[in-house]
Design a protein around this ligand. Structure first.
Ligand SMILES: NC(=O)c1ccc[n+]([C@@H]2O[C@H](COP(=O)([O-])OP(=O)(O)OC[C@H]3O[C@@H](n4cnc5c(N)ncnc54)[C@H](OP(=O)(O)O)[C@@H]3O)[C@@H](O)[C@H]2O)c1
Length: 295
């Protein structure tokens, strides 16, 4: 592709500041519509809530209809925004296409696609490669990676049909950036999500579409229900530089930033949100240090 010469970067003239939105206004998503897959619970629920709180109408998708309805009611009550529920298995291309079509039919357009739905290596967790079944491998790759491709493709077709613009936020995992011997399929799929983010972003940059990726570390999905669970989570948190696990709501502000005009010059990027875990080099990889960090 041969490009026109780029406009020269410049500072704004003072007079232009009269018209320009201030920084917090740039984070507003009023008039935008968003889809969040895996929006019924965990990180997806919090990102959907944050997008709605910033002004977007949201569609949440997952397989379980009851959890979706409960979350939709919660978001509506908290934000006053419209919330659509579309039960979807993102493993299947036709269901992803239908998700985007149903959202556009309801809201009239689509501006933001958050590809968050994901699963760990369910039956295959911990399996050594010589024991790993095809079905387990396929599950992990399809739910985590194929879904991102299917939903991104359908969303980008819609963005283009609307005349360009639009934002995609993918959700990968820190396991993609280090060895994950107990999660072969999951980690490989999430590495694929990171790669897809960069390549798709480079393809669609000319259409005014931005694609970025959030890489969470260890984030507590739900309140621990027993002392034992609480102690397990606290113990994991001790190996993270900030001294605790992440909380799901902490994903919301980053998601809003990446979906808003405040990040207009950011695309093809990955954002690690892990309390310093990867940088600290102490996240469990099948080997955990015996001594806690402060020792
Ligand atoms: N929590 C963490 O520490 C962490 C760390 C790194 C990365 N991540 C990533 O962050 C994302 C969210 O994780 P989470 O911790 O919030 O997980 P979670 O609490 O298990 O929630 C997963 C969400 O995805 C949905 N989902 C699962 N399989 C699906 C399918 N086939 N089709 C449609 N929806 C599906 C679930 O609903 P249904 O089961 O009803 O379909 C649920 O809404 C995932 O991509 C995960 O890999 C999480």
């Amino acid at each position: 592709m041969v490009r026109e010469p780029a406009p020269v970067g410049r500072m704004r003239a003072d007079a232009e500041y009269e018209e320009a939105p201030m920084v917090l206004e740039r984070l507003r998503l009023d008039g935008k519509t968003a889809i969040v897959t895996g929006g019924s619970r965990g990180l997806g629920r919090e990102m959907a809530l944050a997008l709605a709180a910033a002004g977007a109408d949201v569609c949440i998708a997952a397989r379980g209809a009851e959890a979706l309805e409960n979350t939709a009611a919660f978001i509506r009550e908290r934000t006053g925004r419209r919330v659509l529920v579309v039960p979807t298995n993102v493993q299947h291309r036709e269901e992803c296409d239908a998700l985007i079509a149903r959202t556009v039919a309801e809201f009239g357009r689509l501006d933001i696609m958050v590809n968050n739905a994901g699963i760990g290596d369910r039956r295959g967790a911990g399996a050594r490669i010589w024991d790993l079944d095809d079905a387990d491998w396929h599950d992990a790759i399809e739910v985590n990676l194929y879904s991102t491709f299917y939903c991104s493709r359908a969303a980008i077709r819609q963005f283009r049909a609307q005349g360009g613009g639009g934002v995609i936020v993918n959700v990968a995992s820190g396991t993609a950036l280090r060895a994950a011997p107990d999660s072969l399929g999951y980690a490989a799929a999430k590495a694929g999500v990171i790669s897809l983010t960069k390549s798709v972003a480079a393809q669609v940059v000319g259409e005014g579409i931005r694609v970025n990726c959030i890489i969470p570390g260890f984030v507590a999905q739900a309140p621990a229900e027993s002392d034992q669970a609480r102690e397990f989570l606290a113990q994991r948190g001790r190996f993270i530089p900030v001294g605790r696990l992440g909380e799901a709501w902490e994903l919301g502000p980053l998601c809003v930033f990446l979906c808003s005009d405040a990040s207009s010059y950011i695309t093809a990027e990955t954002f690690v949100i892990d309390g310093g875990g990867l940088a600290g080099g102490i996240a469990p990889t099948g080997y955990s240090p015996l001594a806690a960090q402060e020792a």
